[in-house]
Structures are given as structure tokens and as C-alpha cells.
Write a protein that binds this ligand. Structure first.
Ligand code: NAP
Length: 248
């Protein structure tokens, strides 16, 4: 059964990692997919072709989610290309880890702007169309760290905690118009973002996970698919953890 037929979805930061997994899962389920990237044009072109193999419309847009004007132009281009917008996944994110003692102002600002302000930029610019359609599902990718905190990631944790508050507020504001907004908090996922970590640190984390494995992009994509689809029409304002039981 295809869950997203006749829907148009935007996924930010889909050239790699979790975003790419979500875009692929959505296309498999019949969605027409608009996605963004920032610095990986080759990977984006490759993904666009892969998605089209599922018989859906797909287009990658180079767009900086942290830039309000660029986000406004992005949504206008998507509406002109696709004609509607039903699902938005705010996924683009970065880390600039450091202990507070060493963290620079730039490292703090860059992470807040890319991870948190981007969610405002995209959501604000897509709400008009969703209000017009009287339906929509917005899914914001936060992190276990946004709920739990993490030493060495004060900037990242603050950005991800901000997303949780933003999500709950938007769910309250837009619920009466049938626009839903939920947050997904993955635990430890092996992607390029975590590939830079020391392997012994990674092993220590996996040993501490009750399900004894890292989460995959596909695990997250399946949860996001559920939230995007009409299987979850009574679900809004929620923070849903997906972490193999590592934080319960
Ligand atoms: P990733 O592999 O590093 O990929 C990040 C994606 O975001 C790339 O497609 C990148 O595009 C894009 N991006 C970065 N800055 C952008 C900007 N300003 N505008 C538009 N796109 C931008 O990351 P990931 O591990 O898949 O993480 C995806 C999301 O899940 C993030 O929000 C992250 O915080 C969250 N998360 C990750 C983990 C984990 O363990 N990996 C755990 C919990 C939550 P380019 O390649 O074109 O630059």
C-alpha cells in the first residue's frame, strides 16, 4: 500500500544521511518530492534521478535553509513547479561541537541559525499554502540531545530543544486548520555526521543501547512516513523519540 500518493513533500537537507533516506521512502510511497541541499550538487542530482525511478516527480533545489529570503524563494519555486505542498520535513542540520569553555560565538550562532532558525524560515513560508489547502503535516527533526542535553554540544542541544518548543507551539496555533506539526528525536544514527567520531566512542554508545544497534536512516524515515501520511491524522504537537531504548 502506498501511503503518500498525490501528495507533494519538501525535505530540507536531503543530499545525504537521514534526509536522503526520508526522500527515498517518500518516493517509494508515491509522493512527489522536492528536496534541498547546500553544498553537494552531485549527490543531489544523483538523488533526483533515483527518486524519479519510482515514477514520481522529483526536484532538488540548492537553498540555504538558514536564510529567510532564500526559504521564501524556495517555497515559491516549489509551488510553481509542483502546484501544492502537503508535507514539510525540516531536516537540515549541522554540528559544531565544543565544550562551552572553547565554543566560539560563531559556532553557537551558526548552529542556531542552521538548525533552529531554518525551521522558522521554512515553516513560516509554507504555512500560507497549507492554510489555503486546509491541511498539512510538518515534521521537525530534533534529537535526543534536545531533550536530554549533551556535554560538548550546548549549541546543538539548545537548537534542538528550541525545535521542540517551536513544534508544540505551531501545533497549537495551526491545529484548528488541520495542519499538524510533530517532532522526531532520533538517538544515535550512523551517517556522515557521526562518521567522524572515534570508533571506540561509537562502540561504547551501541553497547549502551537496549536494542544493541545504531538507528538507521530507514528507521527514522519509516516514522516520518507515518507522521506524513493519513495514518496519523489525530497526532499533533508530539515529540516522538526513536532511539532503540537508549533514553527512556
Ligand atoms: P548529514 O549526513 O550531515 O546531512 C546533513 C544534510 O543537511 C545534508 O544534506 C546537507 O546538505 C544539509 N544541510 C546542511 N546545512 C544546510 C543548510 N544551511 N541548508 C540546507 N541544507 C543544509 O546529517 P544527518 O546525520 O543526516 O542529520 C540530519 C538531521 O538529523 C539533522 O537535523 C541532525 O541534527 C538530525 N539528527 C542526526 C542524528 C545522527 O546521529 N546523525 C541524531 C539525531 C538527530 P549538503 O550536503 O548539500 O551540504
Amino acid at each position: 500500500m502506498k501511503l503518500l500518493e498525490n501528495k507533494v513533500a519538501l525535505i530540507t537537507g536531503a543530499s545525504r544521511g537521514i534526509g536522503r533516506g526520508i526522500a527515498t521512502t517518500f518516493a517509494k510511497h508515491g509522493a512527489n518530492v522536492a528536496f534541498t541541499y547546500l553544498s553537494s550538487p552531485d549527490k543531489a542530482a544523483e538523488l533526483e534521478n533515483e527518486l524519479k525511478q519510482f515514477g514520481v516527480k522529483a526536484k532538488g533545489y540548492k537553498s540555504d535553509a538558514s536564510d529567510f529570503k532564500a526559504s521564501e524563494e524556495l517555497i515559491a519555486s516549489i509551488l510553481s513547479d509542483f502546484g501544492q505542498l502537503d508535507v514539510v520535513v525540516n531536516n537540515a542540520g549541522i554540528t559544531r561541537d565544543n565544550l562551552l569553555m572553547r565554543m566560539t560565538e560563531d559556532q553557537f550562532d551558526e548552529v542556531i541559525k542552521t538548525n533552529l532558525k531554518s525551521v522558522f524560515n521554512i515553516t513560516k513560508n509554507c504555512q500560507k499554502q497549507m492554510l489555503k489547502q486546509r491541511s498539512g503535516s510538518i515534521i521537525n527533526i530534533t534529537s535526543v540531545v534536545g531533550d536530554k542535553g549533551n556535554a560538548g554540544q550546548a549549541n546543538y542541544a539548545a537548537s534542538k530543544a528550541g525545535i521542540i518548543g517551536f513544534t508544540k507551539s505551531i501545533a497549537l496555533e495551526l491545529g484548528s486548520r488541520n495542519i499538524r506539526c510533530n517532532a522526531v528525536a532520533p538517538g544515535f544514527i550512523e551517517t556522515e555526521m557521526t562518521g567522524a567520531l572515534d570508533p571506540t566512542v561509537v562502540k561504547g554508545w551501541i553497547d549502551a543501547i537496549p536494542l544493541k544497534r545504531a538507528c538507521t536512516a530507514e528507521d527514522v524515515a519509516n516514522l516520518v512516513l507515518f507522521l506524513a501520511s493519513d495514518l496519523s491524522t489525530y497526532l499533533t504537537g508530539q515529540l516522538i523519540h526513536i532511539n532503540g531504548g537508549m533514553y527512556t
